[in-house]
Write a protein that binds this ligand. Structure first.
Ligand code: GGG
Length: 357
């Protein structure tokens, strides 16, 4: 029996409601298939922890988390703590410290889920954004001087390194090779004449090693329009930290809801644990009501299973998610239904158990 020890960080808000559903589904699929088990150890890091300790996680959190096979994460942020403190105190140091440089964010229209795009159906929206996840606009470099005075000045420096760009473009190229072999470079090198020009140069250098790939370069603003007008033309997009963050919220909306968008923060070399989390945040407006959509967290759990090498289990979870959305009987409010968070998790578990073969 293979055992995968997982660090569980539900974080804030609805993170505490959606993570248990992911665990429930993982346990159901491992019961069914046998041969492996995920064990979870919970850590209380988040805004509550900050209010008690003055920091979002323990000083030695990275040391504590490092031996785990993966991290299963809920959401970060709550109105009790300024967002820049919570994000820079928890999620970003983990992404940077564990060199989780490839943030893989699929946009896939599931059967039965209405898209705001007229005439689009499942199959028309099926692309992946690979987000650079450790530097760029999220580097954290900068500062403020003359605080509170008329002279006040703030500098936020986007940092792009040749190696940082190289490794994420290479990863995105590999993902594209395993799919429809199309890779789009999201850039803004007309306006950002230093960082994005380097980004384009490295993109071209790296992709020269992949003659089987069809590549194109697009300004990120035009690319946003293409997401809406011609999503079927996209396969894999590689983008900087901030551009990809914005593009993937758009991608989630096109697929019907933020409540179904999953993500994997990968250290592809597996030197450190990777982190799996829904794209959505902590949703303070609905936290505690039991109505959050758990599909993004469950889908993220499937991505974790796949990365751990349990592909059959991951496929079973994905089939069960698609079966539940196609049926349309057990959907949360964001998808036009009335089901509670736990009911959606139960329905997915039921489909896993009922699946033949
Ligand atoms: N589960 C993801 C989450 O909590 N995200 C909060 C957030 O604000 N993230 C910013 C980012 O990923 O750029």
């Amino acid at each position: 029996m293979k055992i995968y020890p997982i660090a569980l960080i539900p974080g804030d808000g609805i993170g505490h409601e959606v993570c248990p559903e992911g665990i429930k589904v993982i346990n159901a699929v491992s019961d069914l298939l046998g041969g492996f088990r995920l064990t979870f150890e919970a850590f209380p890091y988040g805004c509550e922890y900050y209010l008690q300790h003055g920091k979002m996680m323990a000083d030695d959190a990275l040391k504590i988390l490092e031996p785990f096979a993966a991290i299963y994460f809920g959401a970060v942020g709550f109105p009790t703590v300024p967002d820049h403190i919570s994000l820079h105190g928890l999620l970003l140091p983990v992404r940077q410290g564990f060199e989780q440089y490839a943030n893989v964010r699929p946009s896939l229209l599931l059967p039965g889920v209405p898209t705001p795009l007229r005439d689009k159906k499942p199959g028309d929206i099926d692309f992946i954004v690979v987000r650079e996840n450790t530097e760029g606009e999220y580097s954290g470099a900068g500062g403020r001087i003359h605080k509170g005075h008329d002279l006040e000045l703030a500098v936020e420096t986007a940092i792009f390194t040749r190696e940082g760009i190289r490794r994420v473009v290479r990863y995105a190229a590999e993902v594209a090779l395993s799919r429809k072999k199309k890779l789009t470079n999201a850039t803004k090198s007309n306006a950002q004449r230093h960082s994005m020009v380097l980004w384009d140069e490295v993109f071209d250098e790296v992709t020269a090693d992949y003659p089987d790939l069809q590549t194109d370069r697009m300004l990120v603003d035009a690319l946003a329009a293409r997401f809406v007008l011609k999503p079927e033309s996209l396969d894999v997009v590689v983008a900087s930290n901030l551009f990809a963050d914005i593009l993937t919220d758009l991608g989630s909306a096109l697929c019907g809801s933020m409540g179904i968008a999953p993500s994997a923060n990968l250290n592809p070399e597996r030197r450190y644990p990777s982190l799996f989390e829904p794209v959505h945040g902590s949703a303070p407006d609905i936290a505690g009501k039991g109505i959050a959509n758990p599909i993004a967290a469950i889908w993220s759990a499937a991505m974790m299973l796949e990365f751990l090498g349990e592909k059959e289990a991951a496929d079973r979870v994905m089939k069960a998610i698609a079966a539940v959305t196609a049926e349309g009987r057990t959907l949360t409010g964001d998808l036009g239904g009335q089901a509670r968070t736990t009911e959606v998790g139960d329905a997915i578990v039921q489909h896993i158990r009922n699946a033949v073969g």
